[in-house]
Design a protein around this ligand. Structure first.
Ligand code: PAF
Length: 283
């Protein structure tokens, strides 16, 4: 496995792989791997001939005052885990390499980004879209895999790729959970034992509404109210949002006709966690 830190070498490496007629699979990450990341890598490996990942804690997707500086990092551990997942190349540029001093170009995906997480994180998706376009331009992957836990991010990337006529297939991987149901996230390490226990209410509330949906409930406001009630009953859980939205447009739905996503963001102490469930899909 090779680790490349500069853009010129990365471009030349990827071009060489492509010239051999190989399909490049790509998983962009911010590192500090957990099993969820490794599952994305294994999936990308299965559907490609050559697996490249990136490790880059992207400063432009953090709001002022967020956890950019304390975001967990462990390059040596990540390298070993990536290698065990079959990764052939890690692109790990510095912030200066990706955003030199004279950097001025940003990518904005409209509408999809001003709701859900975009309300409390107004610059986040601009940063995500920008870095993903840059990574796609450098690596030119044929297929890229993103986790469905960040389903708004996945929706934004799919829209961006379509709008900008990019030659990459975007594939979503189901949310990977701990055995007790907590969605895997690099930010889970911020949780104290007590907070981690409280965090289980996120998945519990989603499983509860899945059962309500199975029993025939289709009124989105009632489903939302039920999630809010359950999470609010857990002390120290501060709801950022709970929304029931259309999976493609991310617009709120009143009655669930076909498929809808129940999405939520909750602060537990100083840690903000997101999770979601699809209703109407294998339900
Ligand atoms: O999901 C993430 O880890 C990040 O948002 C991504 C896609 C790597 C962009 O920095």
């Amino acid at each position: 496995m090779v680790v490349i830190e500069d853009i010129a070498t990365m471009k030349a490496y990827a071009l060489d792989i492509k010239s051999k007629g190989k399909i490049i699979g790509f998983v962009p990450t911010m590192g500090y791997f957990h099993e969820g990341h490794l599952m994305l890598m294994r999936m990308a490996k299965k559907i490609s001939d050559h697996l490249i990942i990136s490790i880059f804690v992207n400063p432009t997707q953090f709001e002022a005052g967020e956890d950019l500086d304390k975001y967990p990092r462990d390059m040596e551990r990540d390298k070993n885990l990536a290698s065990s997942a079959g990764v052939e190349c890690i692109f790990a540029p510095s912030a200066k390499e990706m955003y030199p001093e004279d950097y001025t170009t940003y990518v904005t995906v409209e509408n999809l980004t001003n709701r859900l997480c975009g309300v409390s994180r107004p610059h986040h998706f601009r940063g995500v879209a920008t870095i993903v376009v840059k990574l796609f331009n450098i690596i030119e992957p044929d297929v890229a895999v993103f986790g469905k836990k960040d389903f708004q991010q996945l929706t934004v990337i799919k829209q961006m790729v379509k709008d900008l006529n990019m030659n990459v297939k975007i594939v979503g991987h189901p949310t990977v959970r701990e055995s007790d149901g907590l969605a895997m996230s690099s930010r889970n390490v911020y949780l104290s034992l007590d907070e981690r226990e409280k965090a289980l209410i996120l998945n519990k509330s989603l499983q509860h509404v899945k059962n309500l949906f199975k029993a025939g409930l289709r009124d989105a406001s009632k489903i939302k109210e039920s999630v809010i009630q359950m999470i609010s009953s857990e002390k120290g859980c501060d709801i950022d949002y709970v929304e029931i939205v259309d999976p493609e447009r991310l617009s709120p739905v009143n009655t669930i006709e076909d498929k809808a996503i129940v999405a939520l963001a909750v602060r537990i102490g100083s840690t903000r966690l997101i999770d979601n469930i699809v209703l109407g899909e294998q339900c």
